[in-house]
Design a protein. Structure first.
Length: 498
């Protein structure tokens, strides 16, 4: 399994990992393991997609036995109404108590793993501050390579804190693992609609010919969250929404929307084209930041009839903080396909609803032949809904039935659940299985990560050196500050109503 696999395969038994394998989860007692990893693994197990001889080893500091760990997992999965084959699944689960910073803990882990075979997948579900210690100790314990099997490591975002530290982290990990062993995970890439972007574009002859600057006026990408920082104020203070969402999720969505067709559907060919998009994005000069970006914080207010704190009142947040909970920005891919077409990105917390979507706005028809009724003609908009209702919609204009000549926009909708009769698989199911199969297409390569940081670094530098205190505030339950609307209004555009 070399990582050069077709990324458009379905989750079917033909994709099951037939070899033995062991998954080691560092941070096994954390929230990510309970909410995402274990449910995804159990779902794969129930579909018979995991290796026949599959083991899970949880690694964490807390003192507990394998039996206690199994009981905790069982309790959580039963609460999710997932229990038909639970006992069989739990029999493959083990626990290893250890300290991420101690080499002897990893030597002990190696002794345990020697009982389970040579194929190993390490998952770093820990805070980024622990990455270097874990990687170092995996190397010291000689767990980064094994005779007769494969070794891979999954690393969660954020991958680095800025362009400098991202590069340093890449070089540090490269001392222990080869690039083809490293799987930098962004769960957005496991979502069905994200994967479907390339199918939609490249398998349908009516769309690819118009997917360019001649026909597209602009593109909007929105990632909206209804929740606030949810008790993660201290973490969010160190990241902000630009690092937390834009640098990874949103730039990945931009790449898949803007990239050229790859020469073949293997991992490196697809990621090569994504890197080309990132490299083509016009650099934002320091003196352009104010005119091309917006940042703000949510204020205290009522949402769904309940009073909510403003960001500055959240636990762990500096009352004088200049960390943004909303940002909008304008980017230009300067390449042959997209030159002159702006891509507008917006993301924030405490917005009216949870939604992620990509909207492609097409140019108006060249002549307005309907007289006064032409004012009713709206741009054609193709929207890819990533979450929560995965699907695709197309807006076009139509005459209203009757004797008059009124024109009104109408929408054609496609939803995965209604069209196929099944819900799309969870993103972590797809990504965990791909990592076990050695398919790295939906994972981020080192040069992708560093080029993404290069794009937002001037914005981070400007915001750091020219802090606004206080930042503009926006009312919770709204679509951000007035400055966000002005960003598009300057060119006669406006944000899509959601």
């Amino acid at each position: 399994m070399n990582g050069d696999k077709n990324p458009l395969r379905e989750l079917t038994p033909s994709r099951s990992a037939s070899d033995s394998a062991t998954l080691v989860i560092f941070g096994a007692t954390g929230d990510l393991t309970a909410r995402k990893l274990m449910p995804a693994l159990y779902s794969l197990f129930c579909q018979d997609l995991l290796p026949g001889d599959f083991k899970i080893v949880g690694f964490a500091r807390r003192p507990k036995t394998s039996e206690i760990f199994r009981n905790e997992i069982a309790s959580y999965l039963q609460n999710l109404n997932k229990g038909s084959r639970l006992d069989s699944f739990l029999s493959a689960v083990h626990y290893h108590r250890g300290d991420y910073t101690l080499a002897e803990s990893h030597v002990g882990l190696k002794k345990k793993l020697e009982k389970f075979g040579h194929n190993r997948l390490f998952y770093l579900a820990t805070p980024p501050s622990q990455y270097e210690s874990i990687i170092t100790n995996l190397g010291t314990a000689q767990l980064a390579a094994t005779a007769g099997g494969w070794i891979r490591v999954i690393i969660e975002k954020p991958f680095g804190h800025d362009v400098k530290r991202s590069g340093e982290l890449n070089r540090f990990i490269a001392r222990v693992f080869n690039e083809n062993q490293i799987y930098r995970i962004d769960h957005y890439l496991g979502k069905e609609t994200v994967q479907n972007i390339l199918v939609f574009r490249l398998a349908n002859g009516i769309f690819e010919p118009i997917w360019n600057r001649r026909y597209v006026d602009h593109v909007q990408i929105t990632v909206a969250e209804k929740v606030g920082v949810e008790g993660r104020g201290r973490f969010f203070e160190e990241t902000g929404i630009l690092r937390d969402i834009v640098q990874n999720h949103m730039l990945q969505l931009l790449c898949l929307t803007a990239m050229e067709p790859p020469s073949t559907f293997d991992a490196n060919a697809v990621r090569d084209e994504k890197v080309k998009v990132l490299q083509s994005i016009r650099a934002i000069e320091i003196d352009q930041v104010e005119n091309t970006t917006v940042r703000a914080q949510y204020a205290a207010g009522s949402m769904d009839g309940i009073m909510k704190k403003g960001y500055l009142q959240e636990e762990g947040v500096d009352p004088l903080s200049s960390t943004e909970t909303f940002t909008a920005l304008q980017l230009y891919p300067d390449n042959w396909r997209w030159a002159g077409v702006p891509f507008y990105l917006r993301t924030g917390k405490r917005l009216p609803k949870r939604v992620t979507e990509i909207s492609i706005y097409f140019k108006d028809a060249p002549l307005k032949i309907f007289g006064k009724r032409a004012d009713d003609v709206k741009p054609n908009v193709l929207t890819l809904n990533i979450q929560p209702d995965e699907g695709i919609s197309l807006r076009f204009d139509s005459k209203v039935p009757g004797q008059g000549g009124k024109i009104r926009p109408v929408t054609m909708d496609f939803r995965y659940g209604t069209s196929f009769g099944v819900d799309p698989p969870d993103a972590y199911e797809r990504l965990l299985l791909d990592a076990l199969l050695g398919d790295s297409t939906l994972f981020t390569r080192a040069d992708e990560s560093e080029n993404a940081w290069r794009i937002i670094q001037p914005i981070l530098d400007y915001w750091q050196n020219y802090k606004k205190k206080p930042l503009p505030q926006y009312n919770i339950g709204t679509w951000g500050p007035a400055e966000a609307a002005k960003l598009l209004k300057r060119s006669g555009r406006r944000w899509r109503r959601l």
